[in-house]
Design a binder for this molecule. Sequence first.
Ligand SMILES: *Cc1c(COP(=O)(O)O)cnc(C)c1O
Length: 415
Amino acid sequence: MQTNSPIAGCDQSSLAIRGGKPVRETWLPYGHQVIEDDDIAAVTAALTSDFLTQGPRIQEFENAVADHVGVKYAVAIANGTAALHAAYEAAGISTGDEIITSPITFAATSNASLYLGAKPLYADVAPDTGLISAASVEKLLKENRAKGNKKIKAVVAVDYAGQPADYDTLQTLADQYEVSLIIDAAHSLGARYKERAGGFAGIMSTMSFHPVKTITTGEGGIILTNDEKLYDRLLAFRSHGIEKRKERLQKHDGPWYHEMQTLGFNYRMCDIQAALGTSQMFKLPGFIERRLQIAAAYTAALKDSNSYRTITISGASQSAYHLFPILINGENAREKRRFVFEALQKENIGIQVHYIPTYQMPYYKEQVVDRDWSALCPGAEDFYSREISLPIFPSMTMSDIEDVLTALKKIEANL
Ligand SMILES: *Cc1c(COP(=O)(O)O)cnc(C)c1O
């Protein structure tokens, strides 16, 4: 891609943060949903149908996602956090248990274990990808086995930024240490892993359909599995633990009869949301194609930069590019990252940092963690100190991309 905006030696070269003219007059968000007329028509049809919640559109949406990812069962749910809560419960995680997960993720990945009275342990991430390090997972599993600790029930990997984690190595470890592998695939709908779709490995994966994610239902989430027993448990958890299927009841008082067999929640998605989801699923291939084009343009333009680098994408994977993270090179990354972030904002470029390590959150420090995870996770600390997520969403134009690159160059010249 050509970026022919004049940078040096003209008015534009003065940074907006120092009083110069910003690269853009209007704010460019870092993510944005794409809602078109057919999406609106699908929602309108649902609104005027007989079912507003748990009607036929739920199953239709579940089938669309399950077919795309290539799994047998899908359970649509209120949001991605509820999906994690349901998956952990179905995996049998309960009071006193532990999970191993990544600190470089949204807080919900860890929070859902706390809802069940369990606790997260943190494996480090690879500093060039932000993905959970299998070697670090193995170290924790080995240490705990040596101590005779049987509390660890699951490894929860996060497909950070849309790139599938190292599913095969993690599965081997999960088998060897007899724990479950669960994937937080909130970023990876539409990704590829080796010869198959990304976004699923282990016993279950979870997704989110929040508006910044690859497709949206407003709020929404899903759990994917190939295991019928887990599927049944997820269905019950989503709706108060109530069982209505006659063949599964303990007794049968009459046609009205149902049983609450476990303690569940009201975590249902409604038909209005599912209608939007199914309509969005038709667009997924186009959304991903566009995200790949934007990522390719950024990657090519930043290839020779001294100040910024892109994260490594494994040859085995194709990222869904939910995010486009860059890392600030060199010494004093923390100060430089702050300057670049603030300067980009002043240029009207929307950016974010993904993520502050979960164990650094005050609640975790005060109520949850009992060891110095910052010292144990140097990769996560390094990644967090350098990371900035650039704008990426399907409706971004070529000129939007050029604005981001022009702003980055302008700032680089002043670093
Ligand atoms: C968005 C997200 C979630 C939570 O999803 P919600 O739908 O917002 O509840 C969980 N994990 C990761 C990695 C996410 O990005």
